[in-house]
Design a protein around this ligand. Structure first.
Ligand SMILES: [Zn+2]
Length: 410
């Protein structure tokens, strides 16, 4: 709380306090005005005035009554108004696009994913596909009078979040693609668009809404086609210079191992990524599955799971070995970052029954006992990165509730 009475910064103080209240409601749930006052240290009169301003902007609304049993007159609760303002998290995978529409608290309103059907998709095709997805979602939301107030694109790769450019994405085969500018041109919109690394966004979603929400030292590990990690350190997203902190998929675990898309040998990704999973677990079908662009990652993984469930010896022993490689990489992460919890996402969600035990055993064998963190499986589904993207797009309004909701076109 900032209490300063100089006329020059009175506007800043108001903005700061509006942000404080809105964030408390978005992240902590509904509260009475009195509750907001005691949580923030602001006076009740100030809180009432600020809440009125947030209501006028359509950001919060009055709802219901405080729980029965509370002493005195029941108080009306204030909550984030989830009815009209929406942000979009857009996922750009190697072979799919996805979209998550959420309100400012991260409550999902709709969620879709579709495979990118054309082979060797370049930036131009991808921008066209994303434009179609975003326009379709905006149209559907518009029918319920929901306005899109921010968009973040989740990308597998190195991004410059200032300029919105994809600096390098080995799996997409992109270098220096000004994705935000191209998307803005294609959409002819002035809605703010951000670009962020998908694993960072997954970590953000886990930190805010996942099973280990609020854990201050959390590492999110996503294995899909490639392998990435997002790091929450001391309660903050740790990005590094290019959002690339946690790019664990290209750390070397086996210098004489398989070649990787990045040009090196024996990256962690070559031991647990999609190519490794399919070639080792279902060798007779691997080429077909890897090249079938109609299939999303879930369907490819489901094929492996079905084989293992059928008792296929090759699949089962390959999965146990995959778990061991997973554990080796997790131990490396723990040695560097010392997290309380590791959250596994992507294909690891479906594979967990087959690999969790061998992964934890291999990890613990490499760590001093007290250092071993919990290894959990994400409960946020395949689109944690999309959800994190929607949450990040909402940050603009949480930081500055007076920001223009949909700025006029420049
Ligand atoms: Zn690599």
């Amino acid at each position: 709380v900032v209490r300063s009475e100089g006329p020059a910064d009175r506007g800043d103080v108001r903005r700061h306090n509006l942000s404080l209240l809105l964030r408390l409601l978005a992240e902590g749930g509904p509260r009475s005005r009195a509750g907001l006052a005691s949580d923030t240290g602001l006076t009740k009169a100030t809180v009432s005035s600020l809440v009125s301003q947030l209501i006028d902007r359509g950001l919060v609304r009055d709802v219901g009554q405080a729980a029965p049993g509370s002493v005195g007159r029941p108080a009306t609760l204030v909550e984030v108004d989830g009815t009209n303002l929406v942000t979009l998290g857009v996922e750009l995978g190697v072979d799919y696009t996805g979209i998550v529409a959420a309100d400012l608290t991260g409550r999902v309103i709709e969620q879709r994913r579709r495979p990118l059907s054309r082979p060797s998709v370049g930036p131009r095709d991808v921008v066209a596909a994303l434009r179609a997805d975003i326009r379709a979602a905006t149209g559907r939301l518009d029918r319920f009078s929901r306005r899109v107030v921010g968009i973040t694109v989740a990308v597998a790769g190195m991004v410059d979040s200032e300029s919105g450019a994809v600096v390098f994405s080995p799996n997409l085969g992109w270098r220096m693609v000004p994705l935000r500018d191209e998307l803005r041109r294609a959409l002819r919109t002035s809605v703010p668009i951000g670009v962020e690394n998908e694993a960072n966004l997954g970590a953000l979603a886990e930190f805010r809404l996942g099973s280990a929400a609020g854990t201050k030292h959390l590492v999110y590990v996503i294995v899909e086609n490639g392998v990435g990690a997002g790091v929450i350190a001391d309660g903050q997203l740790f990005r590094g210079r290019f959002g690339q902190a946690g790019e664990v998929g290209h750390t070397t675990v086996d210098p004489s191992g398989d070649w990787c898309a990045c040009g090196n040998r024996g990256c962690w990704e070559t031991t647990i990524g999609m190519r490794a999973l399919l070639t080792r677990c279902v060798p007779d079908q691997a080429v077909r599955l890897l090249n079938d662009r109609r299939l999303g990652p879930e369907e490819k993984v489901a094929f492996v799971v079905a084989r293992a469930a059928d008792g296929d010896a090759v699949a089962r022993s390959a999965l146990a070995d995959l778990g061991r490689w997973l554990g080796i990489g997790l131990a490396n992460i723990v040695d560097v970052l010392d997290p309380e919890v590791l959250v596994l996402a992507g294909s690891m969600r479906m594979l967990a029954p087959w690999i969790h035990e061998s992964a934890v055993t291999a990890m613990r064998a490499r760590l001093p006992n007290p250092a071993s963190p919990r290894v959990e499986v994400s409960t946020l589904g395949y689109s944690a990165a999309g959800l994190g993207a929607a949450l990040l797009a909402a940050e603009r309004l949480l930081i500055d509730p007076l920001a223009e909701l949909v700025p006029t076109r420049a």
